[in-house]
Design a protein around this ligand. Structure first.
Ligand code: HEC
Length: 204
């Protein structure tokens, strides 16, 4: 019996010397039998990191990122208007690429061509069959001069006799159509320095 008591005392002393008293503070890392998933490899913000191409663990925001909770109308891309005023944005809020133009051409053919015609001059099928009497000619000088944001607005909300296509055409596609519309208009226009001297003389 004496040896049992002695043995238990020794074991208790050993456990306390290795593990310490409950509530003790220690600078050594704790003994962990089951670490679960407490420690995992991860990137900390603001630290260098060789894995990512620019060597940073914090990456830049993706272009076009908006803060959570930003109201829909507070983003010019959604409305075509400059933030805080009712003016329309002058130019597309995105880069013009051949893909964007191709998409715009595709969407124009679906949503606009039946009325405005393949060339945009307002001679679509709806006029030929008499369903619509007058359809705007998109090469009209007044329409050419409209800011990009206003064209976006017309597509979204409609104007006068034309209905809005907000429900049928996504925001990105509406801008793609605006880009294609500009290309269509440009096809019938020239800058003065593109003209021959004879043509320029005719202008005067
Ligand atoms: C159902 C026929 C129809 C379709 C489809 C249609 N439009 Fe129109 N659009 C019209 C008519 C009609 C007008 C002239 C409205 C008026 O002034 O009364 C017009 C006017 C316009 C104008 C001139 C607005 C202004 O300031 O006078 C633009 C720009 C335009 N449409 C672009 C588009 C684009 C881009 C699409 C494709 C997304 C489209 N339209 C689809 C019938 C249509």
């Amino acid at each position: 019996m004496r040896y049992v008591v002695l043995g238990l005392t020794l074991v208790a002393a050993l456990v306390v010397s290795v593990l310490g008293f409950r509530g003790d503070t220690s600078r050594k890392p704790p003994l962990e039998i089951f670490p679960d998933m407490d420690r995992q490899p991860k990137l900390r913000p603001q630290e260098p990191n060789a894995l990512l191409p620019n060597g940073r663990s914090s990456q830049f925001l993706v272009e076009g990122t908006v803060a959570r909770g930003t109201p829909f109308a507070a983003i010019p891309k959604n409305t075509g208007r400059v933030l805080g005023v009712t003016n329309f944005v002058e130019t597309l809020p995105m880069k013009i690429t051949s893909q964007l133009l191709a998409r715009g051409r595709d969407r124009y053919a679906i949503s606009c061509l039946p009325c405005h015609g393949a060339q945009g001059d307002g001679n679509g099928i709806t006029k030929k069959i008499g369903a619509m009497a007058v359809v705007a000619n998109l090469h009209d000088a007044r329409i050419v001069k409209l800011p990009d944001g206003e064209l976006f607005h017309v597509i979204s909300e409609g104007r006068n006799l034309m209905g809005g296509y907000r429900a049928n055409v996504t925001i990105d596609d509406r801008w793609a159509i605006v880009a294609y519309l500009r290309a269509l208009q440009r096809s019938r226009l020239a800058f003065e320095d593109e003209l021959s001297t004879a043509e320029r003389a005719q202008l005067k």
